[in-house]
Design a protein around this ligand. Structure first.
Ligand code: HXC
Length: 257
């Protein structure tokens, strides 16, 4: 597939995906969804790729769903096409991925960033769910994921007032794992991705599944799930390699088997 709204580059074992609709501040039109879904599927299927970074421009990660595309739609159009449901495809990516956010991550932009396994922000990052100002509410999971990330009081305040949150507040609220100077964002995100890419790939997938299970299961179920997955990893070559490498005081060479 040839992409027109995103750029995809492979840098060693890391796939770098960049939103590329600068004139619309990377607004998430349907074409972006189709291309991003394709790029994420290709990443998941490519054994040479072990981590992915999704980023935007200096000014905007993404300024939201495309308001101009949505404006004329009726209830029937939205319900009939299950508008936005396709974005959940990205959350089915089995391998790890990071959102690297500079500038605006508003509405759908914030929601897509929150679909990532972790978020790293530039000091210029601005997060928000301003949909209420447009007469709607978040529609790509924002009411759920923002609440899970920063708690009800702050999420409710942001969603009801539509106010934005800057990078330092996003860090203290637990929305992002790290804030770095804007000019270092990509380097820092790629460094994190390269570290993850060196880990045993099956353990990375398993770790993701286990952490994500904490949102879906009771504590007892989640701990049981974690333990079964932990036991299961003793069936992999990479567990033997990882533990042998520790004893032999060398770096593990992981094959994803
Ligand atoms: C379509 C958008 C857009 C968007 C910006 N643009 N955001 N187009 N959809 N979400 C376009 C503008 O129309 C403009 O195009 C160009 O990008 C540059 O934007 P400006 O507004 O001129 O830039 P600036 O003054 O710097 O302001 C930046 C901004 C502002 C604060 C981010 O653009 C803004 O408020 N955007 C909308 C943010 C938003 O409400 N997002 C949530 C959307 S709803 P032209 O052609 O005029 O130059 C959503 C989820 C919906 O995401 C879920 C419920 C259904």
């Amino acid at each position: 597939m040839t992409y027109e709204t995103i750029k995809v580059e492979q840098k060693g074992a890391v796939t770098l995906v960049t939103f590329d609709r600068p004139k619309a501040l990377n607004a998430l039109a349907n074409a972006v969804l189709e291309e991003l879904t394709d790029a994420f599927r290709a990443y998941d299927a490519d054994d040479s790729q072990r981590c992915l970074v999704l980023t935007g421009s200096e000014k905007a990660f993404a300024a939201g769903a495309d308001i101009k595309e949505m404006a004329p739609q009726s209830f029937g159009d939205m319900y009939g096409t299950n508008y936005f449901a396709g974005w959940e495809n990205i959350t089915r990516t089995r391998k790890p991925w990071i959102a690297a956010v500079a500038g605006y991550a508003l509405g759908g932009g914030c929601e897509v960033a929150m679909m990532a396994d972790t978020l790293i922000a530039a000091d210029t990052a601005v997060f928000g769910q301003p949909e209420i100002k447009l007469g709607v509410i978040p529609g790509m999971g924002g009411s759920q994921r923002l609440t899970q990330a920063i708690g009800k009081a702050k999420a409710m305040e942001m969603i009801l007032t539509g106010r934005n949150m800057k990078a330092d507040e996003a860090l203290t609220s637990g929305l992002v794992c790290k804030v770095v100077p804007a000019e270092e964002l990509l380097t820092e995100a790629m460094k994190m991705a390269e570290t993850i890419a060196e880990m045993p790939p099956l353990a990375a997938i398993a770790a993701k599944e286990a952490v994500n299970a904490s949102y879906e299961m009771t504590l007892a179920q989640g701990i049981n799930f974690e333990r079964r997955v932990f036991h299961g990893l003793f069936g992999t070559d990479d567990q033997k390699e990882g533990m042998a490498a520790f004893s032999e005081k060398r770096k593990g060479d992981f094959k994803g088997r």
